[in-house]
Ligand binder design. Structure first.
Ligand code: S3P
Length: 178
């Protein structure tokens, strides 16, 4: 167990359920839910697809790292992150200091179905989004797994079921820490 802060940090691939589950976990615990993509959107005054389109992915990644500077593990908040936040090792180190890292995952087919419901992921706006998803997922999977304190398969679970698993996983991880 590497963390010392009080935050619960949600990581995982696009479509893994971080935002919906993070909000629901925060509501259950009666704490604030912060979302790095929301922070970036508010700061930039435009949406994530527009940031990618107008400023490029590299600038987005800088903004993503900057959003982490505004967070502290001093309070029991839930932090929802964008799927690519783990691409920078320094980000992972910050997240680990903030608190417990919960990794949500799902099988590729489920992820693909979930993300295709909305066209709001610039990285998947390619000629072959399914192959792009496979390539990104394959590259990132080991990074999520290595970073996480708790990993939860959301493939066949409803949001309330995942929330229960997250709460149980956090409790077990905290017990193991004592
Ligand atoms: C990204 C995931 C997105 C968002 C941006 C980049 C990624 O967030 O940060 O489009 O690199 O995986 P979600 O994981 O909430 O979709």
């Amino acid at each position: 167990m590497r963390s010392c802060g009080q935050a619960i940090v949600m990581i995982g691939f696009m479509g893994s359920g971080k935002s919906a589950v993070g909000r629901a976990v925060a509501a259950r615990l009666g704490v604030v839910c912060l979302d790095t993509d929301e922070m970036i959107r508010a700061h930039a005054g435009r949406g994530i697809p527009e940031i990618f389109e107008q400023l490029g992915e590299e600038r987005f990644r800088v903004m993503e790292a900057e959003s982490l500077e505004k967070l502290s593990g001093g309070k029991p908040v839930v932090v929802v992150t964008g799927g690519g936040i783990v691409l920078r090792k320094a980000n992972v180190e910050v997240l680990q200091r903030l608190g417990l890292i919960v990794h949500l995952f799902a099988d590729e087919e489920t992820l693909s179905q979930r993300v295709s419901r909305r066209d709001n992921r610039p990285l998947l706006r390619t000629a072959d989004p399914r192959t792009t998803l496979h390539e990104l997922y394959t590259a990132r999977k080991p990074i999520y797994e290595e970073a996480a304190d708790v990993s939860i398969d959301t493939s066949r679970c409803s949001i309330p079921q995942v929330v229960e698993l997250v709460l149980r996983g956090i409790a077990a991880a905290r017990l193991a820490k004592q």
